[in-house]
Write a protein that binds this ligand. Structure first.
Ligand SMILES: [Zn+2]
Length: 670
């Protein structure tokens, strides 16, 4: 390739990658698969490697680069990052609204009517980013509001933050919030727990710690996100309104929170605030309130600022999700891996609208770190659907009792051991009833085999009556056996048997995760299924072979090996095979390839009249076709049912052929 052609190709790849980065990380709407994206990225890397003189800091390959930080450097903000006043209840917000209306001149013809912008108050870390000649030049934490810490290298690793801004915006600065999404936070703490490291108390602390890491590679691995909420030119707010500023940021390629609302009065503001208080746990990140700003810049200027805070904005804060209560007792729960988890039994207390009486203490190390004992008053926090956790001891109890891990399993009396290098204590009894119960519940859970109706109450009865001893027994259950259980009618028994039967069609990754091998969750199972064509190859793989799969380290590889080395586990797997579960991932070269389907790429969307999605997928693969998740130029057919959404629109926009179920069945020659 000539240098000119290489340069052209490099520029083209960068454009494409930037576009897809924006689609994926900012709009959350990928147009291509991860593999296609990775392929382009690798091609760009190899071209840049061959032509190092072409590398620019805004190339998508340069998110993680540079040298580790050696210390902290601070820089003054272009204009102070003032903190906002708080409203802790609706009366205080009403007082703010009254004050604003009193201070503003009366509404006349040339005055814009008063409007407020309501934005979610993300619970993260404020950060300003400056661009020079369109390129990300500097990222600074809020610090004390006058000057902040330089974190440019780490900020560059945040994929939703553009490295480059198109168009002429001299002196552009965006201010916004760095957050760690709940899922990334849970994964991070989960990993730290497995590695025996101390846990982060909440996503905000984790985001702050991550953004300030000395090694940007660590920051990159932890998946931070950035939402912009304020736009400046040379330190000045230069647009006509806050609403316009948010729209402009979005247009420039920043991620802007979609849940923003323009409100005419206090009632509309309160409606937004109440709505999000009820819904906040459903958001993928944490919020602690709603920020209210006067929209018009002229009105903002008329209202001005005090020394500490602007008069035209206020932060409505939700009641704390942290409260104090007494830790009455510490008990132990046995999980499916046999790990003994200490649980804090609390004096019941209301936390953000829910009564809480239990909190997790994770493990013995965590109890020691907290220095907590029975009888102490503790601060607890509830976030999302997860069980609340104990943050710290507020006051030691008078007759405090220290907790010790029981020497034998409270469920079965089996020996409890702590293996070297492990945080957890485990019950070693393979047939511990607590393990079996948790294994069955895990097996049936929605993200695993998704057996609707197989919950705690049924599992307990099945175990008590010895109808089931392991997951394979589920497939032999009859309607008559289930009908005999408490509160089970004929109809619900039939439904449960049908649900168990339906789970036979769950694909191999789910079957792998259903086995409950330590450290092998949904994602790892997915990676294993991608690396090994079927269960047999996985069962026979050596530790070295396992470690050749993506993201599988020595610890996970050893756990998989140990699992399949156990004769009882192999017997379970064989019985699951006999029960007809899916042991192959990619359909083997289809028994009958169907002309018109073989080799074609399908995308499914909407609800089909008779086939379920899994059935349609199985038919396509059985006929030699392939099913992918998103519509792209490579899609041959979109099989659309009722209430098809954006995929259908995209198919129409790209001119991809759209078929309905009847046409599909006709193609199959059914
Ligand atoms: Zn036990």
């Amino acid at each position: 390739m000539t240098p000119d052609a290489a340069l052209q190709e490099i520029e083209r790849l960068r454009e494409e990658l930037r576009k897809h980065e924006h689609q994926y990380y900012v709009l959350d709407d990928p147009l291509i698969s991860d593999a296609e994206y990775d392929g382009m990225m690798r091609r760009l890397e190899s071209l840049e490697h061959a032509h190092p003189e072409t590398i620019t800091p805004d190339s998508p390959t340069q998110r993680v680069g540079g040298t580790p930080r050696t210390g902290t450097e601070t820089v003054a903000h272009s204009s102070p990052m003032l903190s906002l006043e708080n409203a802790l209840n609706e009366e205080e917000l009403a007082a703010f609204d009254r004050r604003v209306r009193e201070l503003l001149p009366p509404e006349t013809g040339d005055q814009p009517p008063l409007r407020y912008v309501a934005e979610l108050k993300l619970d993260g870390l404020s950060m300003a980013v400056r661009y020079e000649e369109g390129q990300l030049a500097l990222a600074i934490t809020r610090g004390d509001g006058r000057e902040g810490e330089v974190v440019t290298e780490n900020a560059r690793t945040i994929r939703s933050l553009p490295l480059r801004i198109a168009g002429e915006f001299p002196g552009l600065e965006a201010r916004g919030e760095v957050v760690m999404p709940r899922a990334a936070f849970d994964a991070l703490n989960h990993q730290r727990e497995a590695e025996g490291l101390s846990l982060f108390a909440n996503p905000r602390n984790a985001a702050a710690g991550t953004l300030r890491m000395l090694d940007a590679r660590v920051t990159a691995a932890r998946r931070l996100d950035y939402y912009a909420y304020y736009l400046l030119h040379h330190g000045e707010f230069a647009l006509d309104s806050q609403w316009e500023s948010l729209d402009t940021l979005a247009r420039l390629g920043f991620k802007v929170n979609p849940h923003r609302r323009l409100c005419r009065n206090l009632e509309e503001l309160l409606a937004v605030i109440r709505e999000w208080e009820a819904q906040r746990e459903r958001l993928p990140y944490e919020i602690d309130g709603v920020v209210v700003k006067v929209d018009s810049r002229r009105q903002q200027e008329a209202l001005g600022s005090t020394a500490k805070a602007p008069r035209w904005a206020i932060a409505f804060k939700y009641a704390a999700s942290q409260v104090e209560t007494v830790l009455e007792q510490i008990t132990v729960q046995v999980g499916r891996t046999g790990a003994l988890t200490p649980v804090a039994n609390l004096r019941p207390v209301a936390v953000s609208g829910v009564t809480v009486s239990r909190a997790t203490l994770h493990n013995m190390d965590e109890i020691e770190r907290l220095g907590v004992a029975e009888g102490d008053t503790v601060l607890i926090e509830r976030s999302g659907d997860v069980i609340p956790k104990v943050l710290r001891v507020v006051r030691q109890g008078e007759n405090r009792r220290f907790f010790e891990m029981p020497p034998v399993c409270p469920e079965c009396g089996g020996n409890v051991v702590r293996e070297p290098g492990e945080v957890a204590y485990r019950c070693v009894n393979a047939s511990c009833p607590a393990k079996i119960r948790e294994t069955l519940l895990h097996f049936a859970s929605r993200p695993v085999m998704d057996i609707d109706g197989l919950g705690d109450a049924i599992v307990d009865q099945l175990l008590a009556r010895e109808l089931v001893r392991n997951p394979a027994d589920l497939y032999a259950l009859t309607v008559e056996q289930i009908e005999g259980l408490d509160r089970m009618g004929r109809k619900s028994a039939e439904n449960l048997v049908a649900a168990i039967d339906g789970s036979r069609r769950q694909p191999l990754p789910r079957v792998i995760s259903a086995l409950g091998i330590r450290f092998v969750g949904e994602r790892t199972a997915q990676l294993l299924a991608a690396a090994f064509p079927g269960m047999d190859q996985l069962m026979e793989a050596s530790e070295e072979e396992l470690q050749r799969a993506d993201e599988i380290g020595p610890k996970v590889a050893r756990c998989i090996r140990d699992y399949f080395a156990d004769a009882r586990n192999r017997e379970l797997v064989e019985r699951l095979r006999d029960a007809g579960l899916q042991f192959q991932y990619r359909a083997p070269a289809a028994a009958v390839t169907v002309e018109g389907i073989a080799g074609k790429v399908f995308v499914l969307t909407g609800t089909l009249p008779s086939l379920t999605r899994d059935e349609a997928k199985a038919r396509i693969e059985g006929a030699g076709g392939k099913v992918t998740g998103s519509v792209s130029g490579k899609t041959d057919f979109v099989l659309a049912g009722a209430e098809a959404g954006s995929k259908l629109e995209k198919a129409l926009a790209l001119g991809v052929r759209v078929i309905d179920e009847a046409e599909f069945l006709a193609m199959l020659g059914a």
